[in-house]
Write a protein that binds this ligand. Sequence first.
Ligand SMILES: Cc1ncc(COP(=O)(O)O)c(C=O)c1O
Length: 397
Amino acid sequence: MNLTENDVFQKCFDYERLEQVKKSGLYPYFIPLSGHVGAEMKIEGHSIIMLGSNNYLGLTDHPRVMESAKDAIDKYGTGCTGSRFLNGTLDLHIELERRLAEFLDKEMAITFSTGFQSNMGVISTIAGRNDIIYLDRLDHASIIDGSRMSYGRVLKYRHNDHEHLRYMLENNRKHPGVIVTDGVFSMEGDLADIPGLVEISKEFGVRLIVDDAHGVGAMGPRGRGTAEHFGCHEDVDILVGTFSKSFACVGGFAAGPARVMEYIKHTARTMIFSASLPPAAVATVIAALDVLEQEPELVSRSHSAAERARQGLASMGYNVGNSEAPIVPIIVGDEVQTLLFWKSLYQEGVFTNPVVSPAVASGGEMLRTSYMATHTDAMIDRALETFEKCGKALGII
Ligand SMILES: Cc1ncc(COP(=O)(O)O)c(C=O)c1O
């Protein structure tokens, strides 16, 4: 391809990192999976223990969930071909929103086509010109981008550092404000101190939004998320979440006071200018919610699997961070070592996710492992044997 002078495509040709990693044989991304996505599955023809998904409840191949999706296609067809606002609202969407509001004990819930769009839509409509958005520095990209899309001013406090947050709030008392945090931080699996944030939000008269993408369906006695885990579920003003993890599908939601949800529903650009969730997806999520409500013990099962792995890895000498969710990071601290470790595990039948800069700060490179209710002790033990073998061969432990 010929480039012109001052070509906007120039940057694509200057981007050499990708080629370098591909040449080294350590390129770990966009791997095609074939067959059912589950605790153990086929990838590139061989069997592998999946420790790299967010399928915490293991519902992606649950017979009842799959059946609901098929029935919805039979009844409604494959897509809605329009936004919720106009032609894209089915009775199924309304049912899901009612069920979610009930489950989460919030006045009203609204659904979006992705979790990313949920954060973008909620934050960009709630934070106006004179408002300040207080973000944890490790908040998810969708929170950052939603904040950028708003007219509000963004201030970032150091990760979980409430002194830093208080300092910012003290200096901006005249401005309406909103704190937005992940409930479970997605890479390392550590939790936001939600009770502390609730206290601060009340003291300073600002609102609290929790994006609990990795918490709803994975934390709390009933699976209602990180705030439920801490016993302060009702004190969160808006709870945002996704269907792309515990709910085994795709899509997202926000839940909170009816007046606020109605406002977002009628003004959020990511709601109004994007097509609605297809029927099979909505039916999947309703069925997943049925399963979660009837079998809340699935949440603790994913934690037991994670705990078995966490203890096994720590006893081998791995640095497993401070996770309290069904996510266990293995902090390696070097990019090349992380990629080599990932590759040897993959070749030996264990799928993990390598996390390198800029997703984590340099020196924090790690493998992210995550656990499902459907991982058996035998699977975890087999994975642990592989971690020991590969880690020793590479001198990581
Ligand atoms: C904390 C957090 N928020 C939001 C999202 C976006 O969710 P979705 O995959 O539904 O777009 C993710 C997904 O990675 C996430 O980890």
